[in-house]
Design a protein around this ligand. Structure first.
Ligand code: CTP
Ligand code: MG
Length: 215
């Protein structure tokens, strides 16, 4: 069985609006609904993790709705606690990435079925990336070795549970799995699968849909 955890318990500080960004509308549906639909299509069950004040909203697409924590990693742990013990694969997805396709969920999950412990979508980085401290460039990182990593990220359930057991923090779940020494496979990501972070990202998402939808 494949279960997905959709994370929607953030406050969207960088987005800077009163209502968290995952409740913004895109083509008449909230970002969280886009994410839930893709997750539901690709999995046997979906746990939605929301902030306490959104707990009472009916979410038809989610099988289980629970309350998140103060960090993304803590929200994942709260969601993971509700994933049934017989789920072999767990996919973690940010509600803030509404344009991820069900095919991308399936692609990362397939890697686990084929024996991987973890699989993430990655796309080549287009900016030149420099390591900077105190306002000074310390190093230019070799771009050909870099990947911008997205969600959905798929894991062997037992590995994800182990990665989160110590209660550590990280910006994605793969980093915690890497810390265990496990191998993380990279599959081709989707350039349209942008993360809505600032208000202008929503304009880009609308333009992507104008151009022909999720891809
Ligand atoms: N998230 C969560 N619980 C948290 C923090 C984040 O479920 N305590 C979720 C967000 O709702 C989002 C995803 O994790 O779908 C990725 O986080 P991010 O894009 O950073 O969203 P926010 O934390 O809400 O935004 P910001 O960092 O600008 O405050
Ligand atoms: Mg955040």
């Amino acid at each position: 069985m494949i279960w997905s955890i959709v994370l929607a318990a953030g406050s969207g500080t960088r987005y800077g609006r009163l209502v968290p960004k995952q409740y913004e509308g895109l083509r008449g549906r909230r970002l969280v609904d886009w994410s839930l639909d893709a997750a539901a299509e690709a999995s046997d069950g979906v746990v939605l993790v929301v902030a306490g004040e959104y707990r009472e909203q009916a979410e038809d697409t989610a099988d289980i709705v629970t309350t998140g924590g103060s960090t993304r990693a803590e929200s994942v742990r709260r969601g993971l606690a509700h994933v049934p013990a017989d789920a072999e694969v767990v996919i973690v997805h940010d509600a803030a990435r509404p344009l991820a396709t069900a095919a991308l969920f399936a692609a990362v999950a397939a890697q686990i079925s084929e024996g991987a412990d973890a699989a993430v979508p990655g796309i080549p980085v287009t900016d030149t990336i420099k390591r900077v401290s105190a306002g000074i460039v310390r190093e230019t990182v070799e771009r050909s070795e870099l990947a911008a990593v997205q969600t959905p990220q798929a894991f062997r359930a037992e590995v994800l549970r182990r990665a989160h057991a110590a209660g550590a923090d990280a910006t994605d779940d793969a980093a915690l799995v890497e810390a265990l020494g496990a191998e993380v496979v990279v599959v081709p990501g989707e350039t349209a699968n942008l993360k809505i972070t600032h208000p202008h990202d929503l304009l880009v998402a609308e333009a992507v849909l104008d151009e022909g939808g999720r891809s």
